[in-house]
Design a protein around this ligand. Sequence first.
Ligand SMILES: [Zn+2]
Length: 487
Amino acid sequence: MKVLPEGADPMDVRYNVINWVHRSTRGWSYGSSVTDPRTGEIIKGHVLLGSLRVRQDFLIAQGMVEAYANGTVADPRLKEMALARLRQLSAHEVGHTLGLAHNFAASYNDRASVMDYPHPYITLDAQGKMDFSKAYATGIGEWDKRMILFGYQDFPEGSNEGAELQKIIQDNIKMGLLYLSDQDGRPPYAAHPYTHVWDNGNNAVEELHRLMKVRETALASFGEKNIPVGAPMASLESVLVPLYLAHRYQADAVAKSIGGVNYTYAMRGDGQVANTPVAPQAQREALKALLETLNPAFLALPERIIALIPPQPLGYSRDREMFRINTGMTFDPLAAAESSAANTLSLIFDPMRLARVLEQHARNSQYPSVMEIFDQVFDPFQNVKDLSGFQQEISRLSEKAALQHLLQLAGDREIQQQVSALALQKIRQLDSVYERLLYKTDSSQEAHYRYLLEQIRLFRDNPGQYKVPPMPALPDGAPIGCSEDWH
Ligand SMILES: [Zn+2]
């Protein structure tokens, strides 16, 4: 790579260009090419690399360590990690200019492609200290080499090119390299157990547990040393957001094993397995791991951290990268917990996921049933007695959100109607459970049960008119901007 020569125009078709652009937010970057419409030959590659993208990585690292233990100069590892990401991102966008599509299964194959969306792989060393040295892969991966071989190899005169290309694909399959793209990795209802965005490793459950441990370690030391001396204490919230929600994308990855299907882009004659449901035990482990992210002890921020964050000072304001609060201006740890819980619940209660659970259980009763999933979600909510008052409140918020999901499933005419029927069945069960528990508890819990019973009654009286209260949204995590054209 060179700096563009003096006087050269970045639009000049003779130059392949990486444009470093400043935008109003940390937007997506893009890689594309100018091709000859007659032959498909790529004439020029151009990349737009967003400069603010680096900010999110810096923030993630900033939350993980006492980044400003020395005052105003940041721990050099923050910048190193952010730059490692930019190098990886540059390779990714250049990959697009060469014609490569996303491969969101590459993290399964040990970072086999720069065309995946990587999450920083931050580890704990033998002393339990944060290690950023493996945050991002360097260089290109095995899959990328295979794709360039496929797209660019010149075969000797007289070769059967079609057969040679098929051989490359067969070798990819033999090497165990997975390839699945946007449609498989992105949607909230996606089904593949190994194809995710912003994930790591080849076992989503193990990686979630590992990440929860990293998050716990970072939260234990989180405090004023995470921001520079002289910065508003309120800015701690911006640093806290990516740390508190460190599990969000890995949770998404875990959810795909529930009602999950391991499949390939099988073609007739290539010998690949077309589809196999994720094994029952793996589905149950995935659900169990996801439910750990609903545990009030996991969601409750320590008093120590809550006490550190004041409202924004004059001249600053809250933005879309912070928690959506209900407290007007003060930091809202319940809203933070609620948004994380609502995200996990929306993954579990996805109607298409549940339709797959229903189908798999109908075909083979060894698989978890929809009702088993409902029971697993709701049962822990009834054990609030041993929780602190703060944790009880988190449990109540999660239970409200979970019931709202059930009501939504029950009233939705667009989804698998047996999923709706089972949701109605579970609501009926809960109705009698809440009636029974109502008189055996304290007034906060009684108010909660009466609220849930009232929601059920409102739904029953007029299902068509019943509106589920809006679920709190998570702060933006991925790059911000047009979601139809991500890179
Ligand atoms: Zn891309």
